[in-house]
Ligand binder design. Structure first.
Ligand SMILES: *Cc1c(COP(=O)(O)O)cnc(C)c1O
Length: 427
């Protein structure tokens, strides 16, 4: 850790609460001082002392094309020259919406927001307004942004920091959110039997990524779709991470399941602040100004974010076989990492879905939050610091997903495996 970085963090702590603008960035779970970033390019990220790392965080998901992609930079530059915000519609917004509708079959109309949090918040309000029901159900360990009703047994930083809910959320609000174990059909059936007629929506990450990666078990999402349809419950897929990560479309394209509403974010903004909610016209038309369910945003559909996102989506649209190659690359990396751990006699359970994965420091299987939490987080922290020292930047928490981008090369992967070998010596 350089003196320059120490100074940067000390300064930040003077003026920013906790020194960071989002809690997971503080590296508390790995007992470290966060590295400040100078710049990034492709699969590499650089700290203040100029040290290079292979980046597996990728801004927590958005950077699937690699950092500072020339086409995205050009789109942002051109857009900035023409003005950064108007508070009036632009054609770029229509084009973004059209691409989303074209690529995700369950979406007929969309509304853009400035974050995934806003998308999830809007989805919940829309579901309540549309159904006239009050209760919401979510799955423990899934994260849907930091709106009050979604911070109940949430994943991501909430799991990392061990916060069960959050002070500041009134009990009356918390009581309206039911929390269920992921991948558990018995408890789902029970809750729907008892509360079904009062549940407005069930929200789920189709591939959970915020308790570490936890893929859905067979028929879990199919059954969820059937049960919610029967009881007039709006099914919301939170695809903020998974949207456009595995294919040109959502995880729902691969799973062949149609939710009623879908939340998007991250990749569709190419690293600029963005979110989107989409679904059937019948539901979406209840939003103001057509309907009476209110939702708004000064910077929603911001031209810089739209043009960056459009550049990214147009690049991703051309990538058919490349998505398969990315999947294969990640598969190879994970199986080699697993072998290295095995050789060292250390138990790990690697959960992976295409280009996102988590190395859980335990035997496994990990299929929900309770099983994820059996991991040895102290050993994870030692591994994290070992890898960092070797030039590999992992997410600073056991309960997060790691990502590959199209910019990660075979050379990056063999470098990462060598780093892993060395890091394992001191684990
Ligand atoms: C990141 C994330 C969000 C929140 O998006 P922000 O842009 O950080 O508000 C919501 N849901 C999921 C699944 C996420 O991973």
């Amino acid at each position: 850790m350089s003196k320059k970085n120490e100074r940067a963090f000390a300064n930040a702590k003077k003026f920013i609460s906790g020194g960071v603008n989002s809690p997971v960035r503080a590296w508390q779970a790995v007992n470290g001082t966060p590295l400040f970033v100078d710049k990034a390019k492709g699969s590499k990220i650089y700290d203040l002392s100029g040290k290079e790392y292979i980046d597996y965080v990728l801004s927590w998901g958005p950077i699937i094309l690699g950092h500072a992609h020339p086409k995205i930079i050009a789109a942002i530059r051109q857009s900035a020259i023409n003005g950064t915000s108007f508070g009036a519609p632009t054609e770029a917004e229509t084009e973004m919406a059209r691409l989303i509708c074209e690529s995700i079959p369950s979406i007929e109309q969309v509304r853009m927001t400035s974050s995934g949090t806003e998308a999830a918040m809007t989805a919940i309000r829309l579901a309540r307004g549309f159904t006239g029901k009050k209760l919401i159900a979510k799955f423990s360990g899934c994260y849907h942004g930091h709106a009050d009703s979604m911070l109940i047994k949430a994943g991501s930083g909430v799991t990392t920091l061990g916060i069960p809910g959050s002070p500041g959320i009134p009990e009356e609000t918390a009581q309206l959110t039911l929390s269920l174990p992921y991948n558990n059909l018995d408890s789902l059936q029970k809750v729907i039997d008892i509360h079904g007629s009062q549940i407005a929506a069930i929200i789920v990450e189709p591939i959970a990524g915020n308790m570490g990666v936890v893929p859905p078990r067979e028929v879990f999402l199919e059954t969820l779709r059937e049960l919610t349809a029967k009881k007039n419950i709006i099914l919301i897929f939170d695809e903020v991470i998974t949207g456009f990560r595995f294919t040109f479309g959502g995880a729902q394209n691969l799973l062949k399941i149609k939710p009623d509403l879908t939340c998007l974010g991250k990749i569709i903004g190419a690293g600029l602040p963005v979110g989107a909610i989409g679904g059937r016209k019948e539901i979406m038309s209840h939003l103001a100004p057509l309907g009476d369910i209110y939702q708004a945003g000064t910077l929603s559909g911001n031209p810089l974010a739209m043009n960056a996102g459009l550049a990214a989506l147009n690049l991703l649209k051309e990538k058919k076989d490349e998505f398969k190659i990315l999947d294969g690359k990640t598969k190879y990396l994970c199986s080699e990492i697993e072998n290295l751990f095995k050789g060292k006699g250390v138990c790990v359970c690697i959960n992976r879905f295409h280009s996102m994965f988590t190395i859980f420091f335990q035997e496994g299987p990990v299929f929900d939050l309770a099983t994820a939490q059996k991991s040895d987080t102290k050993m994870f922290a030692r591994f994290f610091h070992g890898m960092l020292k070797q030039g590999v930047w992992l997410a600073p928490s056991q309960f997060e997903a790691l990502f590959l981008s199209f910019a990660h090369t075979k050379k990056d992967i063999s470098f990462t495996l060598d780093a892993c070998k060395r890091a394992l010596k001191n684990i």
